[in-house]
Design a protein. Structure first.
Length: 179
């Protein structure tokens, strides 16, 4: 994440929050980010220096006309004009982080050997919310190498209750033991 894109993302968040539009613009930003990720050639086209700037701006405006809030539409145009459109994902992350901070939301990732049931996810989310005191958005990852148990990343902390984690701890303790 570059300083410039972080600054742009934070500036858009500040404006949206001041106007009471942060949730609406966040949803739209995330949708645009998915479109950009699925169509990387479109970004390449928009940044092609052989195409006149006015034409590139027109392509961007036409693509999202009447679908985005004017603040976000103008934001995209500014990024394009400053050759920062590739950093849009970074702007989204900064916007999301600020939104989460202001709304008491914590993002967490749980990694398990098999997919968790809805009941297990709900139970884990409730426990994490109790621990953190925040609303938790929980994402799942499945990784067969964990063998069993759960690994949870939340708020910059790692809670490792996996079999692999326990084996690694045991291996470390055994190697530190002096006979």
């Amino acid at each position: 994440m570059t300083t410039a894109t972080s600054l742009y993302g934070q500036s858009l968040y500040d404006l949206a929050a001041e106007e009471g539009l942060s949730e609406e613009i966040l949803k739209q930003m995330e949708a645009v980010n998915v479109i950009f990720k699925e169509n990387p050639d479109y970004i390449t086209l928009l940044l092609e220096p052989s195409i006149p700037r006015r034409e590139r701006l027109g392509l961007l405006e036409e693509a999202f006309r009447d679908q985005l809030h004017p603040y976000l539409q103008n934001f995209l145009m500014i990024l394009l004009e400053n050759n920062l459109l590739r950093g849009f994902g970074s702007c989204c992350r900064t916007f999301r982080e600020s939104y989460n901070k202001d709304h008491g939301i914590e993002e967490a990732t749980v990694t398990s050997a098999v997919e968790l049931t809805d009941a297990q996810v709900d139970s884990l989310r409730a426990k994490l919310e109790q621990i953190s005191g925040k609303t938790v958005i929980l994402r799942q990852k499945v990784d067969g190498s964990v063998l069993g148990g759960l690994k949870v990343e939340i708020g910059g902390r790692l809670l490792d209750g996996t079999v692999m984690g326990r084996l690694a701890d045991l291996r470390k303790k055994v190697s530190e033991t002096v006979l």
